[in-house]
Ligand binder design. Structure first.
Ligand code: NAD
Ligand code: UDP
Length: 314
């Protein structure tokens, strides 16, 4: 297959690109590097099947040649990033998604939409099933991201219903691993970087809120299972292991050998209190389940950040 990966120079997109190339597909990464970096795909520059196009997908663009699949991962994803870029986040979720849907339609390709557990907002149903419609504040501090993704899903289903476009929609739950930016701002990278630097880990609120963390390799394996299937979705792909932020801080403190402790900072507005995927559909219809538990995934991720920080210091 020849696959266009929008957002392919980001954290998840670059791992997805690696996996597609590894199995023999060709990949065209389309990215404007607003939160990603060409460094994330620099190791692929001499690969015959790899092409990198610098492009903002909210602007008109064309890709020459046949395309079999368009995968839309383009969007700021860290709360820190989408708070700094609210208009860009809404634009990429609306105009950007529409441009990529048109690209898929014109090329007779299937379309893959990277949505998010944030469509469930601060959920009243726990764990979250795909049939739950969510509890999102439409004008709140996270609305530029949550509503952009909800709109992307609606747009994707409108193309599916009116144009018979083959689509796949994944709802991604908190994923972590190598190639997250040191200043990404999400909790796993923040805690690891703070632990390695000997700084106190910053817990927002009282640390009783929960998240379910998926290692990047498991997540990408789920993407490919969905892409290759006939399942339209939406499908939750995430690790159902659920941890409070206090528990996460404890594990990262131990694994980084930090002795700086923790500090409590204010909880951001509308921060979801709990999050855990119900993965029945992924398990039964895709034969997918995560394999890497949190401790193992952190043990694989910490050396990456130690290397980056070592380079920065050195
Ligand atoms: P990331 O910020 O590392 O990657 C996003 C990529 O999209 C970056 O390379 C960025 O430069 C690119 N991009 C943003 N706007 C663009 C535009 N207008 N045109 C072209 N490229 C653009 O984040 P990530 O964690 O790799 O997330 C990838 C996707 O997965 C996002 O759509 C995100 O919403 C979704 N997602 C991620 C998680 C997670 O835990 N990592 C959870 C839920 C959903
Ligand atoms: N969080 C925290 N300390 C940090 C960064 C985040 O306690 O340094 C909390 C945040 O308030 C949220 C959880 O960790 O409750 C996950 O935050 P993240 O930004 O990683 O993802 P999201 O909120 O989008 O799930």
């Amino acid at each position: 297959m020849r696959v266009v990966v929008a957002g392919g120079a980001g954290f998840l997109g670059s791992h997805l690109t690696d996996a597609l190339l590894e199995r023999g597909d060709e990949v065209v990464v389309v990215d404007d590097f607003v939160t990603g970096s060409p460094d994330n795909v620099a190791h692929l520059s001499s690969h015959d099947g790899f092409e990198l196009v610098e492009q903002d997908v909210t602007r008109p663009f064309e890709i020459d040649g046949p395309i079999d699949a368009v995968m839309n991962l383009a969007s700021p994803a860290s709360p820190k990033d989408y708070h700094q870029m609210p208009l860009e986040t809404l634009a990429v979720g609306s105009t950007g998604t529409r441009n990529l849907l048109e690209l898929a339609l014109g090329a007779d390709a299937r379309f893959f939409m990277a949505s998010t557990s944030e469509v469930y907002g601060d959920p009243h149903v726990h764990p979250q099933t795909e049939s739950y419609w969510g509890n999102v504040n439409p004008i709140g501090e996270r609305s530029m991201y949550d509503e952009a993704k909800r709109f992307s899903e609606a747009l994707t289903f409108a193309y599916h219903r009116t144009c018979s476009l083959p689509v796949r929609v994944v709802r991604i739950f908190n994923t972590y691993g190598p190639r997250m930016q040191v200043d990404d701002g999400r909790v796993v990278s923040n805690f690891i970087v703070q632990g390695l630097r000997g700084e106190p880990l910053t817990i927002y609120g009282d640390g009783s809120q929960t998240r379910s963390f998926c290692y990047v390799e498991d997540e990408v394996r789920g993407f490919l299972a969905l892409l290759d299937s006939d399942v339209v979705g939406p499908v939750n792909i995430g690790n159902p292991g659920e941890f409070t932020m206090l528990e996460l801080a404890e594990i990262v403190t131990e694994l980084t050998g930090s002795d700086a402790g923790i500090v409590f900072e204010p909880l951001p507005a509308d921060d979801p209190k709990q999050r855990r995927p119900d993965i029945t559909i992924a398990t039964e219809q895709l034969g997918w389940a995560p394999e890497v538990d949190l401790r193992t995934g952190l043990e694989r991720t910490i050396p990456y950040f130690a290397g980056v920080l070592g380079d920065v210091v050195g």
